[in-house]
Design a protein around this ligand. Structure first.
Ligand SMILES: Nc1ncnc2c1ncn2[C@@H]1O[C@H](COP(=O)(O)OP(=O)(O)OP(=O)(O)O)[C@@H](O)[C@H]1O
Ligand SMILES: [Mg+2]
Length: 304
């Protein structure tokens, strides 16, 4: 079972959208997916159409139970309306968790231990993190086999990324055995704006080794999909935003195949091999897009 934390200390950079979109693709590929909403704002819980006031047991209950057991963890899971897509919901009470757990031994590993009890139940767990460094984020980072850091291509988000990388360094210092694999995912990229282009150049110059080679473009359908309470893949799997997330999924699974062959299930590994045989189409579509972009640029300068 793979566990991916989607984290950034900057708000509004596309964390929740990334979790929902990757979950949509995983579900579409018949993977068994568990989403964990660790943000007290519960955006992802609402994204999937739930009101946290109506959820009987949530992540708060998981963190505050006295003894961990598989039964108790299972009680905290909510089944969504979509097959193979489950949720551990958030609630506002999660905001008190730092205070509630302070002083308890092993606080940072509660989620790791809980998810270990579900090892055979899911192919992948996707964790949406709050934009603050605290027990909730540390639990998510420690539990994960890979970390995705969505970074909006604008100046302030680059600062947020710096903070995140510093956090990884601190974690490595705190635990020599920690194995942090992170990928910077440029989001809301709009190549027509100078801010996007400059930010991307900055990322290439400073985070080359950890930078995903593509970008998630601006796509208005993301807003619509959250309003309609469904991942973008269910609204329009062929729109450019959805296709970009599919490419991200394949790229991350390919890395996991190498980094964690023991953790990737055959179902998840199969997506990588299927996508390999599809590559010419994807490349062709991409080339077409690039050509269109080049032509549009050209025409733009002719018309200016
Ligand atoms: N690629 C995109 N194109 C257009 N809009 C986007 C894109 N990604 C996200 N958005 C929109 O940007 C807003 C912020 O996105 P999102 O909620 O995913 O960010 P977040 O990092 O989870 O924020 P927070 O830190 O508040 O939890 C949302 O309204 C979302 O619909
Ligand atoms: Mg969010």
């Amino acid at each position: 079972m793979l566990v991916w934390a989607i984290a950034s200390q900057k708000g509004g950079v596309g964390k929740t959208t990334t979790v929902a979109s990757l979950a949509g693709w995983c579900q579409k590929e018949n993977l068994r997916v568990l989403i964990v909403d660790t943000d007290p704002h519960a955006s992802l819980t609402s994204y999937l159409g739930f009101d946290y006031n109506n959820i009987s047991k949530s992540l708060f209950d998981l963190y505050t139970q006295n003894e961990l057991s598989r039964e108790k963890v299972l009680e905290c899971i909510t089944h969504t309306n979509f097959p193979n897509l489950d949720l551990i919901a958030s609630s506002m009470t999660l905001a008190t968790i730092d205070r509630k757990l302070s002083g308890r031994v092993g606080v940072g590993r509660i989620l790791t231990k809980s998810l270990a009890l579900l090892e055979d139940d899911y192919d992948i767990v996707l964790i949406d993190c709050p934009p603050v460094l605290g027990a909730l984020m540390v639990n998510a980072l420690v539990a994960s086999t890979a970390i995705l850091v969505p970074t909006q291509t604008e100046f302030l988000s680059l600062k947020g990324l710096e903070g995140m990388v510093r956090t990884f360094d601190i974690m490595k210092k705190a635990d020599q055995n920690s194995n942090i694999n992170y990928t910077v995912v440029p989001t809301m990229y709009d190549k027509r704006t100078k801010a996007s282009r400059t930010s991307l150049e900055f990322l290439k110059a400073h985070y080359k080794d950890n930078l995903w080679s593509e970008q998630i473009p601006v796509d208005t359908l993301f807003r619509e999909s959250s309003q309609r309470g469904m991942p973008i893949t269910m609204l329009d799997a062929k729109c450019r935003g959805a296709i970009a997330y599919r490419n991200l999924l394949v790229c991350e699974l390919t890395k996991e195949l190498e980094n964690h062959p023991d953790r990737i299930t055959p179902n998840a590994a199969a997506i990588v091999s299927i996508s390999d045989s599809e590559t010419p189409n994807v490349t062709e579509a991409k080339k077409k897009n690039n050509d269109m972009d080049i032509m549009a640029d050209d025409m733009g300068s002719m018309l200016s």
